[in-house]
Design a binder for this molecule. Structure first.
Ligand code: ATP
Ligand code: MG
Length: 291
C-alpha cells in the first residue's frame, strides 16, 4: 500500500506556548532526517513568523494560503515555495492572513481545497506540519486532514489548565463530527520547561491518559535564533532545545536514535578528518625516514 503523508498539527488553547517555534524547527528537523523526501509546512498562524523564518524575512511569495483558499483556480503547487533553509522543505506561506476568510463559508469550495491539499501532501511529501493559531476555530477547517494532534503547553498552572480544557473541547468535537467518543490528542509537548518541572507536567496529564511525548527545555537560544530569523536546529544544533526537537522528529517518524546518529555522524566526520591527518603524518614520517 502507498505510504500516506503524516499530517501533524500543534494545538494550544492559549497563545504563546511555542507552537510556531516547535512547528518550524520540527519541519527543518524532518527535512534533515529525510534528505531524499519532501516535508511541507502549512502556515496558518496570523503572525506568519514561520513564513518569514523559512523563506527569509524579505521574501514575498507570489501566492499564499489566502489565495489558495479564496481562488477556485489556484492549485496547491501555485501557492507552495521552497524554503531557503532546506531544499526539501516546502512552505505554503501566509502573508495576507487566513481569517476571516470569506470563501471558507463556501463549504463546497472548502472541501475541494482541502482534498486538493491532501492530494498534494500525498503526492509530494512524507510529512506535513500545520502551524495553527491558538484556540480551536481554525482547527475546524483543517480537522479532516489531521493525522496526529499534539498539545503544546508550558509548565505553568494556567497553561496546564488551558491544556486540560482543550482535551475536553476536542473530545466534544470528536463526538460531534465523528460521532465517536475519541481522544483526539495524541500527546503533549511540554515547552520551555526548566529543570525539576518535568514530573509536574507528566503527572498532570496522567489522569487524562495523555502521554507527554516530549519535554523541550527552556533555552535563551530560542529567542536569540528568533531575533536572527533563524531556526534553532540550524543556528545552534547542540542546544538542548534543538536536541529535544530532533528527538521529537525521530519519535514521530519512528526512527528513534536518529538524533544521536545525526550527532554521531558529524562527530565521525570530524573523527574521520583527524584520522586522515594522523595517517598523513605517519606516512610523511615514514617517507622522511626512507630519504
Ligand atoms: N523552549 C523555549 N525556550 C525559551 N523561549 C521560548 C521557548 N519556546 C518558545 N519561546 C518563546 O516564546 C515565544 C512564543 O512562542 P511561539 O510564537 O512559538 O508561540 P505560539 O504558540 O506559536 O504563539 P501563538 O499562539 O501566538 O501563535 C517565542 O517568541 C519565544 O521567545
Ligand atoms: Mg504561533
Amino acid at each position: 500500500m502507498e505510504q500516506r503523508t503524516k499530517v501533524i498539527v500543534l494545538l494550544s488553547n492559549k497563545g504563546g506556548t511555542g507552537k510556531t517555534f516547535i512547528a518550524s524547527n520540527l519541519g527543518v528537523a524532518f527535512a534533515q532526517m529525510c534528505p531524499g523526501e519532501n516535508v511541507i509546512m502549512v502556515d496558518v498562524d496570523p503572525g506568519s513568523r514561520t513564513t518569514s523564518m523559512l523563506l527569509g524575512p524579505s521574501t514575498t511569495p507570489r501566492k499564499d494560503i489566502f489565495d489558495f483558499f479564496r481562488d477556485p483556480e489556484v492549485l496547491p503547487e501555485d501557492a507552495v515555495v521552497r524554503s531557503s533553509v532546506m531544499n526539501n522543505l516546502l512552505v505554503m506561506p501566509n502573508v495576507r492572513g487566513f481569517e476571516p476568510h470569506p470563501s471558507l463559508k463556501n463549504k463546497e469550495l472548502l472541501r475541494k481545497k482541502l482534498s486538493l491539499l491532501l492530494q498534494f501532501f500525498d503526492d509530494h511529501t512524507s510529512f506535513a506540519i500545520i502551524d495553527l493559531p491558538a484556540g480551536k476555530t481554525t482547527l475546524h477547517y483543517f480537522f479532516s486532514l489531521v493525522g496526529t494532534c499534539y498539545l503544546v503547553v508550558r509548565p505553568t498552572q494556567d497553561s496546564l489548565t488551558a491544556g486540560e480544557q482543550m482535551i475536553g473541547t476536542l473530545s466534544n468535537l470528536a463526538m460531534k463530527t465523528l460521532k465517536r467518543d475519541e481522544r483526539l490528542i495524541d500527546g503533549v509537548i511540554a515547552n520551555a520547561v526548566i529543570r525539576g518541572e518535568e514530573e509536574k507536567v507528566r503527572n498532570f496529564f496522567k489522569k487524562h491518559g495523555v502521554e507527554v511525548v516530549q519535554i523541550v527545555p527552556y533555552s535563551p537560544a530560542v529567542e536569540e535564533a528568533i531575533e536572527r530569523w533563524e531556526c534553532l536546529v540550524t543556528y545552534k544544533p547542540d542546544d538542548p532545545a534543538a536536541i529535544a526537537i530532533r528527538q521529537l522528529a525521530a519519535k514521530i517518524a519512528g526512527r528513534e536514535g536518529w538524533e544521536d546518529i545525526s550527532v554521531q555522524e558529524s562527530r565521525d566526520r570530524r573523527g574521520g578528518v583527524l584520522e586522515a591527518l594522523r595517517r598523513m603524518r605517519i606516512l610523511r614520517s615514514i617517507l622522511r625516514k626512507k630519504e
